[in-house]
Design a protein around this ligand. Structure first.
Ligand code: ADE
Length: 248
């Protein structure tokens, strides 16, 4: 997979893309990162990339020319997905991460200004993505979030492939609680069932705890899920337990 990043602040990416899973993925050539300063694609002598808005008003607007030239300079066989990071974009979620992870080439456009000339949105960009309902000073941090979530899904990027499959959101449920040694820490014990070695019971316990956590923290996720017969049974058990707790 090739990932291009167009930004006015390339230095923001250096630590993130060279550390941990992303750093290893690029060392192993699972992903190739190309970071460009789109100021280098400005035709003006001073490297101008923005201008005042037509019609007046405050703030500056990113000009179309440097960004079009930057994307068009990329030599690729297939048209890449060109992603504009902005608060007006579609809300980011795991399904979109899984979809983007299938692509061979992604281009991220990160702006730091009041706005983008609308022709960038209409004629250059294929996707607009927001990472949440809040406003960042620029698209760089948002692009890093998306890149991280996409690269970790590439085959071989995570040491243990199982961990991506069992992620919260991939299954549609939040993850069950995890424990490791010691079996007792400051008087707090690991649930007996996890020490029992009985795999079928452990799986059932994990599913029940995933359902418990999801119904408490993210009931909206449960509503979207097609429940299996086992899930329905476990949810009914949780409901009974809650009723008993409420009574006592
Ligand atoms: N740029 C500024 N805020 C953003 C957000 N919430 N998501 C994506 N890009 C952004």
């Amino acid at each position: 997979m090739r990932i291009d990043i167009l930004t006015l602040f390339p230095e923001m990416f250096t630590g993130v893309l060279s550390s941990s899973i992303l750093g290893k993925a690029s060392e192993k050539e699972i992903v190739e990162f190309h970071i460009s300063n789109f100021r280098d694609f400005s035709e003006s002598k001073h490297g101008t990339v923005d201008d005042t808005p037509y019609g007046g008003g405050g703030g500056m607007v990113l000009k179309p020319d440097p960004l079009f030239r930057a994307v068009e300079s990329m030599s690729t066989d297939k048209k890449p997905r060109v992603i504009l990071m902005c608060p007006q974009g579609v809300p980011y979620h795991q399904k979109l991460a899984e979809e983007l992870a299938q692509e061979e080439h992604l281009v991220f456009i990160c702006g730091h200004y009041e706005g983008y000339d609308e022709r960038i949105r209409e004629h250059l960009v294929t996707d607009e993505i927001s990472i949440g309902d809040y406003v960042l000073t620029g698209g760089e941090l948002a692009a890093m979030v998306v890149i991280d979530s996409v690269v970790r899904l590439q085959p071989g990027a995570l040491g243990n492939q199982i961990s991506a499959v069992e992620d919260s959101f991939s299954t549609g449920l939040l993850e069950y609680p995890h424990y490791t040694r010691p079996a007792e820490f400051r008087g707090w014990k690991v649930p007996d069932i996890l020490l029992s070695g009985h795999h079928a019971n452990i799986e059932k316990w994990r599913l029940k705890e995933s359902l418990r956590r999801t119904s408490m923290r993210r009931p909206d996720l449960l509503e979207k899920l097609e429940l299996t017969a086992e899930m329905k049974k476990l949810l009914a058990e949780l409901e009974e337990e809650k009723k008993l707790e409420d009574k006592s």
